[in-house]
Write a protein that binds this ligand. Structure first.
Ligand SMILES: NC(=O)c1ccc[n+]([C@@H]2O[C@H](COP(=O)([O-])OP(=O)(O)OC[C@H]3O[C@@H](n4cnc5c(N)ncnc54)[C@H](OP(=O)(O)O)[C@@H]3O)[C@@H](O)[C@H]2O)c1
Length: 291
């Protein structure tokens, strides 16, 4: 893996030492963690409303609420899935960054569609580098956004979560009471809306639990809402060197009020860095402060 952007004026692309999971990541892990460092944590409190106030970026302070980072993979022709899953688009380097990003996060946020399609489980020990979790629990919890609570209450995502990272289910008053009761046996059920959850309610619910570094892993519908609300601070995007074809959607789908008639774009990004490995481009974008 090598850093190809920004290129130091003085010389060629910087090589990154290989990550060695057996050695706690080895020297490469510190280099990569530096590239993906979060801005200083915001003070605990409710989510700031969306608006022109934008994140200061990785070098400055945060946006005054939790920092919302997303990690997605897409094919060279822009597909977010192949055969209905993201796995076929991924590769070794993408897996490595995936683990680093999980290690750096306080909480992992996913929509129920992703959780059901990708058969989500709690974060495993080997996906979280201990050296990146100083002062925090060994693994971060998974938080699921679900209006229906149509999730297996006895499935591994709920029952196999460790006590320090119980799965969080962010749901609505409209979710059937029996599902809420069944899910609450093993998970933390948080009711944060009537029929739908607003993005502000989702972020505030996580901030209230002390989570300041939020990693959104999917899916396109949840990401679309977060971007539309102006609360996507950072996008980590792996571009995979393959053509997917087919009808797989893009990484950003319209939110409930969306459609092709959405005016304008959902925000301008600055390119913070690009890593390259075996033809995979691992890009980190930060929302532009004037967007
Ligand atoms: N390329 C990548 O990096 C990547 C990453 C992640 C996922 N994916 C792929 O994307 C697909 C799944 O993504 P998706 O966009 O269809 O689904 P999604 O965004 O993961 O989940 C949508 C579901 O989340 C819940 N939800 C979302 N917003 C809500 C809100 N405001 N209030 C209440 N509930 C809300 C609803 O769950 P209920 O139905 O339970 O109410 C909704 O059906 C899969 O094929 C997966 O493989 C790709």
């Amino acid at each position: 893996m090598r850093l190809i952007f920004p290129v130091p004026a003085s010389g060629p692309a910087e090589p990154i030492a290989p990550i060695d999971p057996a050695a706690g990541g080895g020297p490469g892990i510190a280099q990569i963690a530096r590239l993906y460092a979060y801005p200083p944590a915001a003070p605990a409190g409710p989510a700031a409303p969306a608006g022109p106030a934008a994140p200061a970026g990785p070098d400055g302070g945060g946006p005054g609420r939790p920092w919302v980072r997303a990690n997605f993979v897409a094919s060279a022709d822009g597909a977010a899935t192949a055969q209905g899953l993201s796995g076929p688009l991924s590769g070794e380097a993408d897996h490595e960054i995936f683990s680093v990003l999980r290690s750096l996060a306080d909480v992992i946020l996913a929509g129920a569609g992703t959780v059901r399609a990708e058969k989500y489980r709690p974060v495993r020990d080997h996906e979280a580098y201990a050296g990146l979790r100083a002062g925090r629990a060994p693994t971060p919890p998974i938080a699921v956004v679900t209006g229906s609570l149509d999730l297996d209450p006895d499935g591994p995502l709920l029952t196999e979560a460790p006590a320090w990272a119980r799965t969080i289910l962010l749901t609505t008053e409209a979710a059937p009471a029996d599902r809420r009761a069944a899910a609450a046996r093993h998970a933390d059920v948080v009711v944060a809306g009537r029929d739908m959850l607003s993005v502000e309610a989702i972020i505030t619910a996580l901030a209230d639990r002390g989570h300041q570094r939020i990693l959104v892993e999917g899916g396109p519908h949840l990401l679309g809402q977060i971007a539309a609300a102006g609360m996507l601070d950072e996008l980590c995007l792996t571009l995979s060197p393959l053509l997917a074809g087919g009808r797989g959607g893009r990484i950003l789908a319209s939110g409930p009020a969306g459609g092709d008639d959405l005016p304008g774009t959902q925000g301008a990004l600055s390119l913070a860095h690009v890593l390259e490995d075996s033809g995979f481009l691992l890009c980190r974008y930060v929302r532009r402060s004037d967007s």
